[in-house]
Design a protein around this ligand. Structure first.
Ligand code: PLP
Length: 347
C-alpha cells in the first residue's frame, strides 16, 4: 500500500467511508438508468429540502461539466460571461466554455478571487450593439479560487445588478459546502435567498468518489437542460451511483461535517504558518485553502515528501489545501518539516 499525504488539492482525497458504503448499498439489484431510479429521486428531494421545492437538480460527472452545461443552458454563442480572471472557467477548463458554448468570457482582475458590481458595470456599455458579445451571465465561484468566501450581501448585490440588467447570476459552487460551513449558514442563504439563478454543487472535493450537481433555482432556465445534459456527454447511465453518493452527503449533515473539518484544518495550518517569519500568508483563510509564499528551496524540500503545488512560480506562492480526511497530525508534521527545512537552509 502506498500512503501519500497531499496538500496540493482536495481532489487528491479519497472517498468518505459513508459515501463508499452508500455506493455499496446502491449496488444491490437493478435500477432504471439515466436518473429514473429511486436513489436519484431521493437525492433530488434532499436537494430540494436545502435549496427549495422549486429547484431542478441534475447530476453530472465533474465540476467542469457542471459549469459548462449549467452556463450553456443560459447562453448563446453570441453571449458573454463575466467572471474573475482567476475563475476556474477561465483559467482551468481548457477553454471549454469557448469550445462547448462558443461564448466569450470577459474577465475582471481580482486580487482575492472575488468580483464586485463596480467591476462588472463597465462591461455593459455595448449591450444591444451587434458588433460586441452580449453579456448575459455574471459567474462567481463560492468558495473562490483564492479560498475566499462571498458574504450573502455581496452575492445579493451581484444578483440584483445582474437581474436589473437582464443578466443571470451563475455560481461555481464546487466548494459551496466549505463556504456554507465557513459562514455558518445553510445553502439557501447564499444561493436561493440571495438571487443565484443557476449553480454547480460540488461533491468530489467534499468526500464523493465522483459527481457534481447542476441546480436551477430559476426553474424556467433549466427547461432545455435534459438535452444539453445528454448532448454534452454528462448524462450517466448508471446515475444511481452518483445519486447515492449525494444522498449520503446530504444525510446527517455529512456535507457540513466534512467541510467544517477541512476548513478547520486549513485554519490550523494558517495559524501555525503565521508563527514562521520566513512564510507569508497571502490570502484570507476563509475555507480549506491556505495561500502562502514560501522560499523556493523550502518548497522543493517539502515536495520530496508531500504533494504540494505551486500556485505562482514567480512568487514562490503555494496553495495548500486541506480535505475532509486531513488530520491534525498531518498539519503538525508538515509544519515541523517546514521548520526543519528552514533551519537546515539557514533562512
Ligand atoms: C473552483 C472550481 N471549479 C470547478 C472545478 C472543476 O472541477 P473538475 O476538475 O471536477 O472538472 C474546480 C476543480 O478543481 C475548481 O477548483
Amino acid at each position: 500500500m502506498v500512503y501519500i499525504r497531499s496538500f496540493a488539492s482536495d481532489n487528491h482525497a479519497g472517498i468518505h467511508p459513508e459515501v463508499l458504503k452508500a455506493i455499496e448499498r446502491a449496488n444491490v439489484g437493478d435500477a432504471i438508468a439515466y436518473g429514473g431510479d429511486v436513489y436519484s429521486e431521493r437525492a433530488k428531494r434532499l436537494f430540494q429540502e436545502h435549496f427549495g421545492d422549486d429547484c431542478e437538480v441534475y447530476f453530472v460527472f465533474n465540476g467542469t461539466g457542471a459549469n459548462i452545461t449549467g452556463l450553456k443552458a443560459v447562453t448563446q454563442s453570441y453571449h458573454a460571461v463575466i467572471c474573475a480572471e482567476t475563475a476556474h472557467i477561465h483559467s482551468d477548463e481548457c477553454g471549454a466554455a469557448e469550445n462547448v458554448i462558443g461564448c466569450k468570457l470577459l474577465t475582471v482582475p481580482s486580487a482575492d478571487g472575488k468580483i464586485t458590481v463596480d467591476q462588472v458595470q463597465g462591461f455593459l456599455h455595448d449591450i444591444g450593439n451587434a458588433h460586441h458579445s452580449q453579456p448575459k451571465v455574471i459567474s462567481i465561484s463560492q468558495v473562490t479560487e483564492y479560498g475566499t468566501v462571498y458574504r450573502p450581501e455581496e452575492i445579493q448585490a451581484l444578483a440584483d445588478f445582474a437581474h436589473a440588467n437582464g443578466l443571470y447570476l451563475y455560481m461555481d459552487g464546487s466548494r459551496l459546502a466549505n463556504a456554507a460551513a465557513s459562514l455558518g449558514v445553510e445553502f439557501r442563504e447564499i444561493t436561493t435567498d440571495v438571487g443565484v439563478d443557476v449553480l454547480s454543487f460540488g461533491g468530489t472535493k467534499n468526500g464523493l468518489m465522483v459527481g457534481e450537481a447542476v441546480i436551477f433555482l430559476n426553474k424556467a432556465l433549466g427547461q432545455d437542460f435534459p438535452f444539453i445534459h445528454k448532448q454534452s456527454l454528462q448524462l450517466a447511465s448508471k446515475m444511481r451511483f452518483i445519486a447515492a453518493q449525494f444522498e449520503a452527503l446530504l444525510t446527517d449533515r455529512l456535507w457540513y461535517r466534512n467541510a467544517c473539518h477541512a476548513n478547520r484544518m486549513a485554519k490550523l495550518l494558517a495559524d501555525e504558518l503565521e508563527k514562521i517569519p520566513a512564510v507569508q500568508i497571502t490570502q484570507k483563510v476563509e475555507a480549506n485553502a491556505v495561500f502562502a509564499i514560501i522560499p523556493p528551496p523550502i518548497v522543493t524540500k517539502l515536495q520530496e515528501k508531500y504533494l504540494i503545488s505551486l500556485w505562482s512560480e514567480a512568487r514562490s506562492e503555494v496553495r495548500l489545501m486541506a480535505s475532509f480526511n486531513t488530520e491534525d497530525r498531518d498539519i503538525h508534521q508538515l509544519v515541523d518539516d517546514l521548520r526543519s527545512a528552514i533551519n537546515a537552509t539557514h533562512i
